[in-house]
Design a protein around this ligand. Structure first.
Ligand code: CUK
Ligand code: CUA
Length: 664
């Protein structure tokens, strides 16, 4: 086959009028002689720009995308993996919500992560969440491809996904916080995964306090969840929290290199607005929380906090070691810096020197310098204290620059070439600007370079490695909230929209627009696929919860049914194309425990066990063991089956659960 000889500039030469252009490349003979790319583009109604953009995103059959984007799924409670630049949706990982495709979260699954991660005080497990910020684990400030953490905005929880098998292994219901936003962000060597509350919560025993007591009884918490570096699991006993004033702590980011050891949290509603009520004439929260020109960036010295906790200077609160607010102040763990105005995103530059804050009601981003912050702390250059006694570093002492970008700046990413990219929600644009320097005579200015329009209402944006010490640049993915006009109407609820932007070209150009059904990727991280090292199949008889051999693993020929009183244990195997045993006779009222092993070792040979009328659908990958427990509480003959089309005789892959009446 002839090599596809085409260059972008050939298309650009003819601009929108590609139809009239000469053939700029010939395709292989399989497309028929006489077919050329110009004619092809023309027959598709594509302009030269559109056609060349399309070519930049093609991943031919059998080839892989060089990058994978791990995007949150918003209130679908999931994580989605999207190939970059093809923007194909490759996988959905359920975290906080059940999912029948992967068999995740079904009541019959006794290893259920969702159940274990739900507050036992609640009668039924929580089975949804609102994922916002995925955090890939890091070593030396770079993604290491081992684990992914993600927060549940709604319920103050963290999910942990093992990137060996891309499955959720743990949900940690973080004590003392009711909601979460400032997380998940990991420290540069994943010592801790950070999560903080967005709305403060009463510190009373029963978790209730009237709003009149807001200022003295409500508190925020910054949580440092210790990570077991062998398993990636969060270890509550080794974690700690720092009590914070009852501001709305918003986004956070982790210091690195120059700012290693620090965490940065934005806040809003330092006004302590409570909203409208019959009793008071207070304004609604949205205006009450936007009264002041400044809120507070929280600067947390987590290494100091770690030492204070190790020295025993903490109180226990609901199973968590907590550094009291007064101790955080007296030990110099917590400082505030004024930040304008109702800020949202905070993003630390790759070298760790700058902390970029976007005030959503301020057309500027404010660039703080860690050097200046450290210096101000050392010299106690404070402008005062807040009502809780937390020292406030004076703004002038901490700011390196203010850069005017436009309306509604939200989030910033870096390309590793000295540039920053900030999303503008209101202007619907991404602004590219340079990080300057503020060190004496060699000052290099912070300059706006270009404004890249995006379709509607961008929130976060993501660049490969864009929040590590070594961003790879190349693309920006804009994560837009609205997809209006980008997709034929599909009823009144619209998808969200992703846009892929090439930032290697000047000016940057939008390559593709990808409406994505039914989920809201707030934040995403993009990893080079070379860093991932996933399992192909499980070792025979593996329990994914422990990644070790399950005590219930069953091999071919050893399948059996054991009755012990009213409990029936079934040791079963699955392989193409049958269950063994195929008949499971029980009596109504029995407790049935199915211990199922997929004894396949062939990659891709996944089976499932779906039981009609029992709300059971579990999925077993090659080598995997799953345990399912249920009460056989209704008489009947139920044909369980495999729901994954696994083989030519897949339709024959079924068996009988026979629940006989008592008298039989
Ligand atoms: S947030 Cu959604 S656009 Cu939760 Cu990071 Cu800013
Ligand atoms: Cu196994 Cu279908």
């Amino acid at each position: 086959m002839k090599k596809l000889a085409i260059e972008r500039r050939d298309f650009l030469k003819v601009g929108g009028g590609i139809v009239a252009g000469a053939a700029v490349g010939a395709v292989g003979s399989h497309m028929g002689s006489g077919t050329d790319l110009t004619a092809l583009a023309s027959s598709q109604g594509l302009s030269g720009d559109e056609a060349s953009a399309a070519l930049q995103t093609v991943v031919p059959p059998g080839k892989y995308d060089p990058y994978y984007m791990f995007a949150s799924g918003g209130h679908s409670g999931q994580v989605q993996i999207i190939g970059v630049p093809s923007m194909r949706l490759l996988k959905i990982i359920p975290v906080f919500s059940r999912d029948s495709f992967s068999g995740y979260g079904f009541d019959g699954d006794v290893d259920g992560v969702i159940r274990a991660g739900s507050d036992p005080a609640k009668s039924a497990p929580l089975d949804w969440g609102d994922t916002h910020h995925p955090a890939l684990s890091e070593t030396a400030g770079q993604y290491d491809g081992r684990w992914l953490y993600i927060n549940d905005r709604a319920n103050g929880r963290i999910g942990m996904i093992d990137l060996a098998d891309f499955k959720t292994k743990q949900i940690f219901d973080v004590p003392n916080i009711g909601s979460s936003h400032g997380g998940v962000f990991v420290t540069p060597n994943t010592e801790y995964a950070h999560i903080s509350s967005i709305t403060p919560r009463p510190i009373t025993d029963n978790g209730y306090a009237p709003l009149e007591r807001y200022a003295d009884l409500y508190r925020g918490f910054s949580t440092w969840c210790f990570v077991d570096r062998k398993t990636g699991r969060l270890v509550p006993e080794k974690s700690f929290q720092i009590e914070l004033p009852p501001y709305n702590q918003d986004l956070a980011d982790m210091g690195k290199l120059a700012s290693d050891g620090f965490g940065f949290l934005n806040s809003f509603n330092t006004e302590l607005a409570l909203g409208q009520s019959d009793k008071t004439k207070d304004p609604p929260i949205e205006s009450g929380a936007s009264k002041k020109n400044y809120d507070y960036l929280h600067v947390i010295d987590w290494k100091k906090a770690e030492k204070v906790v190790a020295a025993g200077n903490f109180v226990m609160r609901n199973g968590m070691r907590v550094v009291a607010l007064s101790v955080a102040v007296s030990e110099g763990i917590l400082h505030l810096v004024p930040e304008p105005k109702s800020p949202h995103g905070v993003a630390v530059s790759p070298d760790g020197k700058y902390i970029v804050i976007s005030g959503k009601l301020d057309p500027f981003v404010t660039v703080f310098s860690i050097e200046k912050i450290k210096d101000a702390i050392a010299k106690r250059r404070y402008q005062g204290k807040d009502r809780y006694g937390v020292p406030i570093i004076s703004l002038d002492a901490a700011v390196a620059a203010r850069v005017k970008l436009g309306a509604g700046p939200l989030h910033t990413q870096y390309d590793g070439k000295g540039n920053a990219y900030t999303s503008l929600f209101i202007d619907s644009a991404v602004v590219k600007w340079t990080l300057g320097s503020d060190s004496g005579t060699t000052d290099k200015p912070f300059t706006v370079l270009e404004k890249i329009p995006v379709h509607y209402n961008i929130g976060h944006l993501a660049i490969p490695g864009g929040d590590t010490v070594k961003p790879e640049g190349k693309y920006v993915v804009a994560l837009n909230k609205w997809s209006l006009d980008q997709v034929q109407k599909l009823g009144p609820q619209h998808p969200v929209n992703l846009e892929l932007i090439d930032i290697d070209s000047t000016p940057a150009r939008t390559l593709s627009s990808l409406p994505l059904g039914g989920s809201e990727p707030h934040y995403a991280q993009i990893i080079n696929i070379d860093k991932l090292n996933p399992l192909k199949v499980y070792a025979p008889g593996t329990d994914p919860a422990t990644m070790a051999k399950s005590q219930y693993a069953t091999v071919a020929g050893k399948e059996r049914i054991k009755r012990n009183g009213r409990v029936v244990d079934v040791y079963a195997t699955l392989m193409r194309s049958h269950f063994t045993p195929e008949q499971i006779p029980v009596t109504v009222g029995d407790t049935v425990r199915l211990h199922v092993t997929n004894i396949e070792s062939t990659e891709n040979a996944t089976h499932t066990l779906a039981v009609p009328a029992h709300n059971i659908q579990v999925t077993l990958d090659p080598g995997e063991v799953v345990n399912v427990e249920f009460k056989a509480d209704r008489v009947g003959s139920f044909a369980f089956y495999c729901a994954q089309f696994c083989s030519a005789l897949h339709m024959e892959m079924y068996g009988w659960l026979l629940v006989a009446p008592k008298e039989a």
